[in-house]
Ligand binder design. Structure first.
Ligand code: C5P
Length: 274
């Protein structure tokens, strides 16, 4: 059995306040984009084995795929094993939800692989235990608004297929560290209104930029260059370091990517809503 685990970007990510449990209350808009990892599931006599190709990433107990598989095995007393092969294409720890998406694909995949018959509602609960971004990928929808830690999901009127260019700077940004540095003056108000406007400062907002951009000036430069290259808007995704822009069409996105590659020696990827 083979599954795709798509990446996400946050069209907006508004941090509303800090909660007593240490997490931050969010109002965010997740969008699934056309960049994905592949997961394959094989029967094995026992245990959970993970093999990774494509990009370097630890395959041990800390890996969210292994944790998702172990969670189901424990809850449902599953004796048989599984071997999972991950072909990693989504940049790791990049603000694209790659690890979360892999975890969600593991829950969805093993539910079928082991004939557990679990309803989406139950999978959403397990997903929330694994991470704040995991539930979005259980929905298997192109767009969803996330409140709470990001796990309380609701629908959002679709703006249709959006085109993007993603920029992958070679930087290490630690999510927990970024949230820890958030201050009340960086907080935002919830998004008002029901439908997206494709551009404009009031829509594409990421509160985390106020921590991340001052630390990594190159990210501000990439944002500015996206606008100079003709993009409608440019924004940090999640806690970064991925910066993405909104374009009007595939050819517009390709034109922006060409211009950006002349200025920045980093990978770029043209993607759209899926
Ligand atoms: O939920 P997840 O493990 O993906 O979150 C990683 C870290 O990001 C958390 O440990 C927390 O420090 C921070 N976080 C937060 N508020 C959120 C989501 C994440 O403070 N809504």
């Amino acid at each position: 059995m083979e599954l795709r685990a798509y990446a996400k970007v946050n069209l907006f990510l508004r941090v509303l306040r800090k909660r007593p449990d240490g997490y931050h209350e969010l109002d965010t808009l997740f969008e699934r984009v056309s960049l994905y990892d592949r997961l394959k599931f094989f029967h094995a006599p026992s245990g959970t084995k993970l093999r990774i190709t494509g990009r370097r990433l630890p395959a041990g107990r800390g890996n969210l795929i292994v944790r998702a598989a172990e969670l189901l095995k424990k809850r449902y007393r599953i004796k048989s094993g599984v071997r999972i092969e991950l072909d990693k294409k989504i940049p790791v720890a990049a603000g694209l939800g790659g690890g979360s998406s892999d975890a969600a694909a593991t829950l969805l995949g093993l539910n079928r692989f082991w004939n557990l018959g679990l309803l989406r509602k139950r999978l959403l609960e397990y997903a929330a235990e694994l991470g704040s971004d995991v539930p979005f990928f259980i929905l298997e929808t192109a767009l969803a608004r996330g409140k709470g830690r990001g796990e309380k999901l609701s629908t959002f009127r679709s703006p249709g297929r959006l085109w993007h260019v993603l920029a992958f700077p070679k930087l290490r940004v630690l999510t927990a560290e970024v949230y820890r540095a958030m201050r009340p003056q960086f907080w935002d108000k919830p998004f008002k209104g029901k439908s997206p406007s494709k551009s404009g400062p009031s829509f594409c907002v990421n509160s985390l930029e106020r921590v991340v951009l001052p630390r990594y000036p190159v990210l501000s430069k990439i944002k500015a260059d996206f606008i100079l290259a003709g993009a409608d808007a440019a924004l940090l995704s999640g806690s970064g370091p991925t910066v993405f822009c909104l374009a009007q069409s595939k050819s517009h996105a390709e034109s922006i990517a060409r211009k950006m590659k002349r200025k920045h020696r980093i990978p770029f990827h043209v993607a759209h809503t899926v």
